[in-house]
Design a protein around this ligand. Structure first.
Ligand code: NAD
Length: 481
């Protein structure tokens, strides 16, 4: 059994109320450990620890903060195998993905913000004619809350924590209760790297108890949240009367728009990945595929053929393309959406069924699924499934493609495949999303603003945007003679 504790003030603690939640291994459906269901009292203890650490940490030089963050990054790299195995076991994702994406990216989050803080500068404005100079102080906020989801557990957890502590804040953080393990292991790494006690505190537990207690805490002044749109709306309602600073990274229903003039082979290969990487459980996956009519038939045949070759298997098998979905509840949600699509008259081109993996019969496996739809208003095209399910339909004109892409409540990312420069610019300007990829997908540069529009969120993370979020700007105006 792998039992997990809270990490508060540099030490590991059982929850004060001694309440525990079962942790499941998605690859075989078995309980393999327990995690705290932390209460308000644990969150209070974490807050007090963060508050005590803040005085010193906020005055620690940026060189020293940078040195510690980079040390954490190096230790994560040195422990790649152990962390990748833990992530794969906890989440169900293929070990190959955890090793090549999740853990390296968690390490680069610490390295990136360890470097970024040494380059972060504030503005100054000389008020010519008034004999005054204005400059902006960028001060850490104090104690901040970071709440993350289960799909890219350590990757997204550290995407928040690294800039928060780089900017001089102390943190009360909560990973998803579905994937608590790597966040727990991170505590050990932080101690080894010499992160002062209390700078980072990790409380484990359910969203409705532990997460809610973080958001409701009157002295946790900012919340950085990644998760579902409904949860984000609830957090916004809770936090608004306390005037907390909020960054909300929420759901998506991203269009993948394919024109006949694209590099077809590159597009096809990338589209398989952008549809099904991490079992389709990436907020950036292109789940609505729109294809120009002239190549629709060919694309449909080639795409189905390629997707049928993907291997659904145990996450620890290096040759697995599609691992297990994260939980039984999630598997049931995905199945339900396939049924809804069928009931609405859509055609399942491949997949659509649960998979039994030999020796792991109780695991949560599902076939990569392609559904042909006739319109964009059906539920499968309007609601986030967040699993290995994509839809395809054809379009005739650029105008039609743009309307289809934008006709959804979400606005996280979009992908466009074309070799036409004018079309590239037209779509870049008119797509209602926070991110547009042209002739690629999920290519990330950590300096760029990351986030969504419409129901996909508020605010941007990444680069100096994250450091700006985690600092309070104060203008100082000095009059001189
Ligand atoms: P979720 O909203 O259920 O949970 C996210 C986190 O919030 C978890 O840690 C959960 O415990 C916590 N939480 C739940 N209720 C809470 C409450 N009342 N107060 C405070 N915290 C609470 O989301 P999930 O199912 O873990 O993740 C999947 C969702 O995340 C999808 O919608 C996906 O699109 C989205 N996502 C978005 C991005 C992005 O960058 N925009 C990235 C990854 C995932």
């Amino acid at each position: 059994m792998q039992n997990i504790q809270n990490y508060i003030n540099g030490n590991f603690h059982n929850p004060i109320n001694n309440e525990w939640i079962d942790n499941y291994n998605p690859s075989n459906g078995a309980v393999y450990g327990q995690i705290p269901n932390s209460s308000k009292e644990d969150v209070e203890q974490a807050y007090q620890s963060a508050k005590s650490a803040f005085k010193q940490w906020s005055h620690t030089s940026f060189e020293e903060r940078s040195r510690i963050l980079i040390k954490i990054s190096e230790l994560l790299e040195a422990n790649l195998q152990r962390f990748a195995e833990a992530e794969s076991k906890d989440n169900g994702k293929p070990i190959s993905l955890a090793k090549s994406v999740d853990i390296p990216r968690a390490a680069s989050n610490f390295r990136f913000f360890g470097n970024a803080i040494t380059q972060f500068a504030s503005e100054s404005h000389e008020s010519v004619g008034q004999d005054a100079i204005n400059f902006t102080l960028r001060q850490p906020i104090g104690v901040v809350g970071c709440i993350s989801p289960w799909n890219l557990p350590l990757y997204l957890f550290t995407w928040k924590i690294a800039p928060a502590i780089a900017a001089g804040n102390c943190v009360v953080a909560k990973p998803s209760e579905v994937t608590p393990l790597t966040a727990y292991l991170l505590g050990e790494i932080c101690n080894e790297a010499g992160l002062p006690k209390g700078v980072l505190n990790i409380v484990q537990g359910l969203g409705t108890t532990t997460g809610q207690a973080i958001v409701e805490h009157p002295d946790i002044k900012a919340i950085s949240f990644t998760g579902g749109t409904a949860t984000g709306a609830h957090i916004a309602r809770t936090a608004a009367p306390m005037f907390k600073k909020l960054s909300l990274e929420l759901g998506g229903k991203n269009p993948n728009i394919i024109f006949a003039d694209c590099d077809y082979d590159k597009m096809l290969e990338t589209t398989v990945r952008s549809s099904f990487a991490n079992q389709g459980q990436i907020c950036l996956c292109g789940s609505r595929i729109f294809v120009e009519e002239s190549i629709y038939k060919k694309f449909k045949a080639d795409f189905v053929q390629k997707v049928k070759q993907l291997k659904v298997g145990h996450p620890s098998d290096e040759s697995t393309d599609i691992g297990a979905l994260v939980s039984k509840t999630h598997l049931e949600k995905v199945e339900l959406y396939v049924k809804i699509a069928e009931d609405e008259g859509a055609k399942i081109l491949c997949g659509g069924l649960e998979v039994t993996v030999n020796g792991y019969e109780n695991g949560y496996y599902f076939q990569p699924t392609i559904i042909e739809v006739q319109d964009n208003v059906c539920r499968i095209n309007q609601e986030e499934v967040f699993g290995p399910v994509v839809t395809i339909m054809s379009f005739k004109t650029d105008k039609e493609a743009l309307v289809l892409a934008n006709d959804v409540k979400y606005g996280l990312s979009a992908t466009v495949w074309t070799s036409n420069l004018n079309r590239t610019m037209q779509f870049s300007q008119k797509l209602q999303t926070g991110i547009v990829w042209v002739n690629t997908w999920m290519m990330r540069d950590l300096r760029t603003p990351f986030g969504g529009t419409k129901a996909s969120g508020v605010g941007r993370e990444g680069g100096f945007d994250a450091l700006r979020f985690f600092t309070e700007p104060k203008n100082v105006c000095i009059k001189y003679e």
